[in-house]
Design a protein. Structure first.
Length: 352
């Protein structure tokens, strides 16, 4: 439960001069911001097809507007739509860092891995102004709390030093989600996320800062980007990535029309072929709602995709020291967690 949403008439502008090096040119589409005082911030998950148990989501809705985003249906719980409302009506949990500190102080918390974010991107453009993810990570550093971050957002570069310190103290790692090798193709499906080229550069910056990094080819869209797998893995490895995983496209009922409309507009000559390929790896359907099957497909075509992925991972030496390559579960056991004493701070000695 949360407090009522408060529309913000003059929200912080992430495209101020201090942020343009991360964000580029501002889009022309109008954006509505709603602030809330959340009641809790660590969400738990018991679904066997999701690679984490605990997550923190400072934002609801996502400016990146990815056509395939599986989190779109959750926006309906707020009285919004799963289509353009999800992209343009963003909810900001202004008290997220304070709540996280309170929850880590609870004796029941044992320092289990926390994923940033389970639903919507924790480094979407508004993070440049609100700094909620940054302040949450500062709390995690103070507690030596293990974290996993997955993002498409270029703002993650701002926190490279902080994430490097957190990795050294608490075994943190960062995954860049990069499903398209070509910037132009990606822009058609993920219109307001950073380009693939920018994401690969973010991988390099984070790796150079001492952060264990990896790539998520998520989602794999059969007939559209499965042929990109070798190039994506090669480029990620060249920029320091240690691990990789992939996730098959998921199309819940509310997401499917958004994806199909965007696909038809962006790739009119390929849309029918892509739809057919999706059905082929989903056993004749556009989606598979069974637990444990959302990240996988079936049949010869999906087996070929898996073999292609595994072949190039082995060739490049990916996933050798990162478990099975699951970007959230692969972190080291949560043995680093410490509640801070009043005598000192774990920030001492780190320029974050």
């Amino acid at each position: 439960m949360s407090s009522p949403l408060r529309p913000v008439s003059n929200p912080p502008n992430p495209w101020l001069s201090a942020h343009v090096e991360w964000l580029g040119e501002p889009p022309v589409q109008p954006l509505e911001i709603f602030e809330e005082e959340a009641k809790s911030i660590i969400a738990s998950n018991s679904s066997p097809d999701v690679g984490f148990e605990y997550s923190v989501n400072p934002y609801r809705g996502c400016f990146h507007a990815c056509a395939y985003c599986y989190a779109r249906p959750r926006h309906q719980l707020l009285g919004f739509g799963a289509g353009t409302d999800f992209d343009r009506k963003i909810v900001v949990k202004t008290n997220a860092p304070r709540l996280l500190r309170a929850e880590l102080l609870r004796r029941a918390w044992k320092g289990e891995l926390i994923a940033f974010s389970g639903d919507t991107d924790c480094y979407q453009p508004l993070e440049a102004s609100y700094e909620l993810t940054r302040r949450c990570l500062e709390v995690c550093l103070e507690f030596r709390q293990p974290v996993s971050v997955i993002t498409k957002g270029i703002v993650v570069r701002r926190d490279a030093a902080l994430l490097g310190a957190l990795a050294a103290q608490a075994r943190a790692h960062v995954t860049l989600s990069i499903p398209f090798a070509d910037d132009a193709s990606g822009r058609r499906i993920e219109p307001y996320a950073s380009t693939s080229t920018q994401r690969f550069e973010s991988l390099r910056i984070l790796s150079d800062a001492g952060v264990p990094t990896g790539i998520a080819i998520a989602p794999v869209i059969p007939g559209l980007n499965d042929s990109d797998i070798p190039e994506l893995l090669e480029r990620a490895h060249a920029r320091g990535a240690r691990y990789a995983f992939m996730v098959m496209l998921r199309l819940p009922d509310e997401v499917r029309p958004v994806f199909e409309e965007r696909l038809a507009a962006a790739f009119p000559e390929r849309a029918a072929h892509v739809t057919s390929a999706i059905r082929e790896v989903r056993g004749g359907f556009m989606n598979d709602s069974r637990f444990g099957h959302r990240g996988r497909g079936r049949g010869p075509r999906w087996q070929a995709i898996e073999q292609l992925f595994e072949l190039h991972c082995r060739r490049l030496g990916l996933n050798q020291d990162h478990g099975a390559g699951d970007g959230h579960r692969a972190a080291a056991p949560a043995t680093t967690f410490r509640r801070p004493s009043a005598q000192g701070s774990l920030f001492d000695g780190f320029d974050v």
